[in-house]
Design a protein. Structure first.
Length: 417
């Protein structure tokens, strides 16, 4: 048997080298060959999006490929060495912000993502012309989510932040109303992709969910939350939580954990005691550490906010953090209208010739960023709602600016044959 100090592997691994499970085989040994790895050199090619792979030998993780490493690892005869990653295959997602410009048209600002990475080199992508069934309903707040799912349905919800709380699901092909939910004092919330939530007595008292792809209603929580009344609220974090109270002077409020399908108390005193400002719009965003920020948009230039951690129960008046917005570029164009949330950010139309902005609550010192360059117009208000889309292959290929992650990898050591 001969031992040779050698380069065992050297190549640049791109997406095409990985299978549908995110695995790329880099070394195999036959029945008479073995290696002793001494050094692994790693270089991420894209500064924007890392492959962040792991080296695996015969199904066992050996080392994370995030930095150069050295040591000793035996690759026995008849072995397989792979690189594994959750990055591939790349997942392309668009987060679209529709804004209705007429009864039959809406504009969009689209934020393109690859996995959890926002492609800021492309964002936002503005499109002024998108068709819509003739919808002309106006209100203080509106949720518009057009062209949902394989059946091409459109969701429209509207409310006056108090008693009027309407939902309609339309079929785009003919404009017919498929679902009409107009229970008073029952605000609606859309999760940005497929489901609308509300509380109702239809199908029994409790929290209800409408699948906007199939027009199927389900009662996800069978519980009476109390008599519905003045300034009810329902808002949430997509895929995580739905917060609600049925009336602003009722002493108990609830949070529905979507992932765990469970309901819990989060306020044991009336919302107007815990938070005050309950006649204004409420939203929630979530930080990367899991902390939820509950906020009320209190004025054109003011947001009151409170951190909430899963399991917390607010029992008395909470001291608010106050964010004061400065100047037209930061002010809300219409602070009582519907605003969109994603991650730790609240997106809205500002008062600087109606452009897109967001406030990031990732830290205790929220920051305001203006990302829009086009003046926006809204026939029925400056309401924004995120709608998640999967872009087509032709759309992806037609865009210039997506990162192309790949991994330079060099493995050296001793080969025995």
């Amino acid at each position: 048997m001969a031992d040779t100090l050698a380069e065992i592997y050297r190549n640049t691994l791109a997406e095409s080298d990985f299978d549908s499970n995110g695995e790329a085989t880099i070394v195999t040994t036959d029945s008479s060959t073995s290696h002793v790895i001494k050094s692994v050199q790693v270089e991420e090619v894209s500064s924007e999006l890392a492959v962040a792979g792991t080296m695996e030998v015969n199904g066992f993780d050996i080392v994370g490929l995030t930095a150069n490493s050295s040591g000793t690892e035996i690759i026995a005869p008849s072995s397989t060495v792979k690189v594994k990653t959750t990055r591939f295959p790349l997942e392309y997602v668009d987060y679209e912000l529709p804004l209705q410009t007429s009864a039959g048209n809406y504009s969009t600002n689209t934020l393109p993502f690859v996995g959890d990475y926002e492609v800021t080199a492309l964002s936002p992508i503005y499109d002024a012309t998108n068709s819509l069934s003739a919808i002309s309903q106006d209100a203080e707040q509106r949720i518009l989510a057009p062209h949902l799912g394989p059946n091409d349905y459109t969701l429209l919800c509207w409310n006056d932040i108090n008693s009027t709380t309407e939902l309609r699901l339309y079929r785009e092909s003919d404009g017919n109303v498929l679902k009409n939910e107009g229970t008073s004092y029952s605000p609606k919330w859309f999760d940005g992709k497929q489901y609308a939530y509300y509380y109702s007595s239809n199908l029994g008292a409790g929290l209800h969910r409408l699948d906007c792809f199939t027009n199927t209603e389900t009662r996800v929580v069978a519980q009476d939350f109390g008599s519905r009344g003045t300034y009810p609220k329902l808002f949430g974090i997509p895929g995580k939580y739905v917060f609600l109270w049925a009336e602003y002077t009722i002493g108990t409020s609830y949070v529905y954990d979507i992932e765990n399908d469970s309901i819990a108390t989060w306020l044991t005193n009336a919302p107007n005691v815990v938070f005050a400002h309950t006649d204004k719009p409420y939203n929630a965003v979530i930080r990367s550490d899991g902390t939820v920020i509950i906020m009320v948009i209190d004025a054109q230039d003011t947001i009151k906010w409170w951190p909430w951690t899963p399991g917390d129960v607010f029992t008395g008046a909470q001291t608010a953090n106050t964010l004061s917005l400065s100047g037209s570029k930061e002010h809300f164009r219409s602070y009582t209208h519907q605003h969109a949330t994603k991650g730790s950010r609240l997106y809205y139309v500002n008062n600087d010739s109606e452009k897109l902005s967001y406030i990031d609550f990732e830290t205790d010192s929220p920051t305001v960023t203006n990302i829009g360059t086009v003046q926006l117009s809204g026939a029925y208000g400056m309401d924004l709602t995120f709608v998640e889309r999967t872009p087509s292959t032709s759309t992806i290929n037609g865009r210039v600016g997506y990162p192309t992650p790949s991994l330079k990898l060099r493995v050296t050591g001793v080969t025995s044959t």
